[in-house]
Design a protein around this ligand. Sequence first.
Ligand code: SF4
Length: 308
Amino acid sequence: MIERLESTIKKIEVEGKVVAVQIPEGLKQYADRIIDALHKRRAKNVFLFIDPNFGACDLKDGEARKLGADVLIHFGHNRFGRITKTEIPVIYVPITLELDVEKIVTALKKVEGKIALCTTVQYLPYLKEIKKRLGDKIVIGRGVLATEEGQVLGCDPGACNVDADVNVIITDGIFHGVLARMQTGRRTYILTPAGKLIDVEPHVDKYIRQREAAKMLAREAKRVGVVITTKKGQMYADVAERVAEVIRKAGVKVDILVCDYFYPEYVEGMPYDAYVFTGCPRVPIDDYTRFKKPVLTVAEAMEVWGEA
Ligand code: SF4
């Protein structure tokens, strides 16, 4: 993979420029080679951000500008729909992983009915070929925050919102499938890059039980922390204020808290019985077992304390 990245870097014009770089966790092992490749392209200086990076929602263009960078190269993701303006130019370099299209097509032929097919950014370039092979059996939609046709994000399974009988998502994880099933209400399969179809239904049951438990605990809360993240694409201060207002009206004390990452350690020992996180909706779900107090999404908070 690093060889492919190095040849991509060869095509990026950075001569004489101060370059800031963001990489996802999986590329950290190649940090030295990425930096060397940029120096070979005669970059004047290179700054590498080492914070965990899970999406282009967490774009560090403002920080890069403060470092004096002329350009930010963001590896691993494409543009996040909510970010339309940046403080310095940003070059997105999504990473494409190998995919055996033959195996994928064989698996898709076994699925009955019309398929809403989507995937994560790593396999997006293969969708066109798959659609060409299977014709009208495949429908490809478009989400809201995800900027490419057929692309899903952990916060946006909208590409599945098309007229079809079943959703199939090519990816390694289960989460996107659970969201797509919840949003569309129809049968949803994960199709792994190895060609294995996994029905997400048992995972949906587990997810619903987990979320119901969190909501039940939150209902008992005497004081709630509504958390805003300062990450550029995830910052919803207005939403946080609105949620806080709804909670207050329900007779519960509430404070607005701010952070970049919402780590469980940050709120250890704080006087709150529950939290509402207004940033990435994956945080309350992925880190469910790490938080000692219930953490709700905005939609769940509205269910518990107020409006639909
Ligand atoms: S799921 Fe979370 S990390 Fe991924 S793009 Fe959406 S907000 Fe960002």
